[in-house]
Write a protein that binds this ligand. Structure first.
Ligand SMILES: *Cc1c(COP(=O)(O)O)cnc(C)c1O
Length: 393
């Protein structure tokens, strides 16, 4: 196996060299606890503030509205649990969607056990939330709407601005899981009336185990971790200084490179999608054809088993996914693919390819040529395909 093509950038990304370089001194030299009084350590407090400012500026927010967390899952948990607790006197109803990440869905299940009622909105065949459905779901006791900015499996970008205005009109808080979208599309929290937003470092060429929750000033939200006074007393624990430096550097890099990077990814993505749909029969593109993340392609190949496809791709040096990393651990097809209406057998034959800007057209050719061969081989072994071909004649 000569080359390795890492086409699973929605699962995680490589830490960019400039990010790693910025982090190293915070392990080796500037290791002081930011809460300490002496200058050697207290400098780290300023370093953290600078990262908070960088991130806030990108979102059109204020630095004191950014709360560092240990990643996207924690930010999602915090947004839902703390809002539920702080606003339960107003009501116990929350609206989200069927295609959220498990960090939202499983937190929703937890809250249901605590007496909250959750509406999980359906989506259309492209994975898009319908605004009429959202409006119809709103009740006097609705306290929170949580809709992801972009889906991690099929790449669909949701109508966040419209959802934000609906939430605002009804005086309901609006949270968005922007873990996949942040760094890939420009986001402004005021334009979209976003009250809370989750993001994660390792999805944008930053380190793992660091992320943040944006919480708009004025939102009543409870502390998530009790202890010291860090993160304005809302999330205790000695700051992950190298992680925060890495996250801030990754955000700065993502914004600086966004235009050029996503332009290239879109070209590669559309070339890949075009060739796959044209050259591999009985194949479907999942997700919105236009409103999708620049680096995401998701296909269903009929008469093919996704797991076998992944294993055979792996043997050819191609890393991809048949859903999200968490989904592939279970036998059920992905909840997202079922929500867009795919029958089980078609959902099982799905493949997610998520690019980065380092690829070239030749790499896409290699992927398509390899896929063509593998899909044909798997179909030749499939009794279902054999039946299908017989019936065609
Ligand atoms: C990866 C991901 C998360 C979880 O983020 P972690 O930092 O890995 O905890 C949450 N939501 C979405 C949409 C994701 O893609």
């Amino acid at each position: 196996m000569e080359k390795l093509l890492y086409l699973d950038n929605a699962a995680t990304t490589k830490t960019a060299p400039e990010v790693l370089e910025a982090m190293i001194p915070y392990f080796t030299e500037c290791y002081g606890n930011p809460s300490s009084v002496y200058g050697f350590a207290a400098k780290n407090k300023d370093a953290i503030t600078r990262q908070r400012e960088t991130i806030a500026k990108v979102l059109g927010a204020n630095a004191n509205e950014i709360y560092f967390t240990a990643g996207g899952s924690e930010a999602d948990n915090w947004a839902l649990k703390a809002t539920a607790e702080a606003y339960q006197d107003k009501g116990k109803h929350i609206i989200t969607t069927k295609i959220e990440h498990h960090a939202i869905l499983h937190t929703g299940e937890y809250l249901e056990k605590k007496g909250f009622e959750i509406t999980y909105l359906e989506v259309d065949e492209n994975g898009m939330v319908r605004l009429e459905d959202l409006k119809a779901a709103i009740r006097p006791d609705t306290i929170l709407i949580s809709v992801m900015y972009a889906n991690n499996e099929i790449g669909t970008i949701e109508p966040i601005k419209e959802i934000g205005s609906i939430a605002k009109e009804h005086g309901i808080l609006f949270h968005t899981d922007a873990v996949q979208a942040f760094g890939q599309v420009p986001i402004n929290v005021d334009e979209c009336n976003i009250d809370m937003l989750s993001a994660s470092g390792h999805k944008l060429n930053g380190p793992k185990g660091i992320g943040f929750l944006y919480i708009r000033k004025g939102v009543k939200i409870r502390s998530f971790v009790h202890g010291g006074a860090q993160e304005r007393r809302r999330r205790a624990g000695t700051e992950n200084v190298p992680g925060i430096i890495g996250l801030g550097t990754a955000v700065e890099r993502a914004v600086r490179t966004m235009e050029e990077r996503t332009k290239k990814e879109i070209e590669l993505r559309d070339y890949l999608i075009g060739r796959v749909l044209e050259e591999i029969p009985y194949t479907k593109l999942n997700g919105d054809p236009k409103k999708r993340l620049p680096n995401n392609a998701n296909f269903s190949f009929r008469f093919v088993e996704g797991e076998s496809l992944l294993i055979m791709l792996d043997m050819k040096g191609i890393c991809a996914s048949s859903g999200s990393a968490c989904t592939s651990g279970s036998l059920d097809p992905s909840h997202v693919l079922l929500a867009i209406g795919l029958p089980h057998e078609i959902a099982h034959g799905s493949l997610r390819i998520t690019l980065n800007e380092e690829f070239e057209k030749e790499d896409m050719d290699y992927v398509v040529d390899t896929l063509k061969e593998i899909v044909a081989n798997l179909r030749n072994m499939s009794p279902l395909y054999e039946d299908f071909v017989k019936k065609q004649k």
